[in-house]
Each structure stands twice: as C-alpha cells, then as structure tokens.
Design a protein around this ligand. Structure first.
Ligand SMILES: NC(=O)c1ccc[n+]([C@@H]2O[C@H](COP(=O)([O-])OP(=O)(O)OC[C@H]3O[C@@H](n4cnc5c(N)ncnc54)[C@H](OP(=O)(O)O)[C@@H]3O)[C@@H](O)[C@H]2O)c1
Length: 290
C-alpha cells in the first residue's frame, strides 16, 4: 500500500524542495501542510501531492492534516514560539499513530550550553525522543538560500552584503541537499534513532561568498563587515523583534569566532551524490542576485 508522508512548513525553503523531490518517488502519497492555500497553489500541480491547510496553533487543523499520515517531515518556523508549536505537532503525531518523525533541526543543537536557536531545537528533539515515536534528526548548517532570502536586495541594489561575521568560515549547505537527505531518510530503512549533521562540501567566509556572486554574475559585490552594535541598531530600525535580533547576533558571533566551519560527508553518504558547492548554487540561482 502506498504510504502517506506529511510535510509541514511545505511552502518554506526546505519544505517545498522536500515536497518536490518526494513527488518524484514511486508509491508515495505526499501531503503538503501549508499555512495558506494560496501560497501552496504551486505544490498542488505536482504529481501525487495533496495540499492541506495547517495552522500550527489550531488543533483541529492539525488533526485533519495528521490523520492517516504514516510519516512526517517536521518543520517549524524560526519563531520564539517554535517549541510550543512543535510540541503540539508531536502530540498530534502520537494521537494519530505516526510511525516515523524526521525533524529539521539545526547544526549545534547537541552543544551545551550552545546558543538559543540550538537549545530550542534540542528541546523539541527531546520531546520527540520522549514521545516514543521513531525519529531521525537532520541538523543542517546555515542555508546557502539565506543569501537569496535575506541579502539579495542589497546585492542587487548596492552590490553589497552587510553581515557581522568577520572572517569566520561557514560550511553553508544548499537546501536542495537537505531535501535529498530527507527523501532518502523518509523512503529507505535504517535511519531510525539517527542524528545527521549536514553541511556543504566547503567552508567559506562571507567575503568569499561576495567574490563568488561577483564572479558568476559579472557584477561587483563587496562584503561589508558590520560591527555588532551597528548590526543591532540596523535590525532595531527595521523593527526586527528583539528575540530575533538576539538570536541572530548570537549565531553570527559563533560564525565570526570560526566555530561554524566543520564539514561532514553525510550528504554524500546518504544520497550517493556530492552536495552543491556555493559556486554551483549561485550559478543555478543567478537571477536572484542580478
Ligand atoms: N535558515 C537557516 O540557515 C537554518 C539553518 C539550520 C536550521 N534552520 C531551521 O529550519 C527551520 C526553518 O526551515 P525553512 O527555512 O525551510 O522554513 P521557512 O522558509 O521559514 O518556512 C517556514 C514554513 O512554515 C510555515 N508556517 C509559519 N508559521 C506557521 C504556522 N503558524 N502554522 C503553519 N505553518 C506555518 C510557513 O508558511 P507561511 O510562509 O505561509 O507563513 C512556511 O511554509 C527552522 O526551524 C530553523 O531554525 C534554518
């Protein structure tokens, strides 16, 4: 019998890739859990994809989305309420008899004391462990797509990337590689109880990110190393909530200190394919940067 896999946060950076890649698999029915049906319209056109509306704070919508789901790829958004949201999702998974939860976590979630972002993910991981539902945790490094989502406006308008990360190297990963791992984990045996640290194939500074975008687009792009106080001020001026400013500056301080450059071979081990380099990513996302 075909199994049903629910993907939450299905219109997000990783979720939409997981839905797309799962829809190409045989014998899988994909249920895309979307916050808004309008945003999820594109997913409806993929083969064997059913789109369901989900509001993580609304138990009725959760029950409908989880009913008859065999497995779940669990994504919660970057918010200060993500632990409570995730716990509700896990409770519903337990009620409806889900057989495997694959959770999108974050690299460093196992560190103690770690940083706030990691502690939130670890709290959710622990809740899943205690639920008794078989699980796999994917802990990726920072996404290459962050440069598309958060920096493309200043890259296009000013030819600049503003970040407070100094010369710290980061092993950025392409969200499509995270999705490829998720698909393997959800559709093949032997991943239960595993925790996978996922990184790209190289660690690079933001100055090297800027150089790569410049090389591929043929337009000058410079990195501006912003002092932490100035970064905080800029975020306040843009009405970024205080909790988010604190979390991001804490993460950037880890990048700056050079703790985010470790590389693992997990993507290739699990998918059999090499992860995208940053240059390949920029070539394929070129239009976002020029
Ligand atoms: N970015 C990174 O570098 C990085 C690195 C490691 C780990 N992570 C982790 O990855 C996760 C985020 O993944 P992502 O970047 O793929 O997500 P994303 O692009 O931010 O998308 C979040 C998804 O959740 C949906 N959503 C938000 N609030 C919801 C609610 N109340 N009810 C139902 N759906 C809701 C959004 O829909 P709408 O847009 O329609 O609201 C969207 O589909 C976070 O847990 C983050 O900590 C991120």
């Amino acid at each position: 019998m075909r199994q049903t896999i629910l993907v939450t946060g299905a219109t997000g950076t990783v979720g939409r890739e997981v839905v797309k890649q799962l829809s190409m698999q045989d014998d899988i029915r994909v249920r895309a859990g979307v916050h808004s049906l309008i945003k999820g319209e594109n997913l409806r056109r993929l083969p064997d994809v059913e789109v369901v509306e989900m509001e993580f704070t609304d138990p009725d919508s959760l029950h409908a989305a989880f009913t008859h789901a065999d497995k779940v790829f669990l994504i919660t958004p970057f918010t200060d309420g993500q632990v409570e949201m995730a716990k509700k999702l896990v409770d519903e998974a337990k009620k409806t008899g889900v057989k495997h939860i694959v959770k999108l976590s974050a690299l460093g979630a196992g560190e103690e004391p770690g940083i706030q972002l990691g502690r939130w993910h670890r709290e959710i991981e622990r809740y899943i462990e205690q639920s008794g539902i078989p699980y796999t945790f994917l802990r990726p490094a920072s996404f290459m797509q962050n440069f598309e989502n958060y920096n493309s406006a200043t890259i296009k308008q000013e030819g600049k990337i503003y970040m407070p990360t100094g010369e710290g190297k980061v092993s950025y990963i392409d969200a499509r590689d995270i999705a490829a791992v998720a698909v393997q984990v959800l559709t093949t045996d032997g991943h239960e109880g595993q925790i996978y640290d996922l990184t790209g194939p190289e660690a690079i500074t933001v100055a090297e990110v800027a150089d790569t975008i410049s090389y591929v687009t043929g337009k000058p792009v410079d990195y501006v190393d912003v002092p932490e106080d100035a970064a905080r001020q800029a975020m306040q001026q843009q009405n970024v909530p205080n909790w988010m400013t604190d979390c991001l500056l804490e993460l950037y301080s880890v990048h700056r200190a050079g703790y985010s450059g470790g590389i693992t071979g997990r993507v290739e081990e699990i998918t059999g394919r090499k992860p995208h380099t940053f240059r390949q990513f920029v070539k394929e996302y070129k239009d976002c940067f020029c």
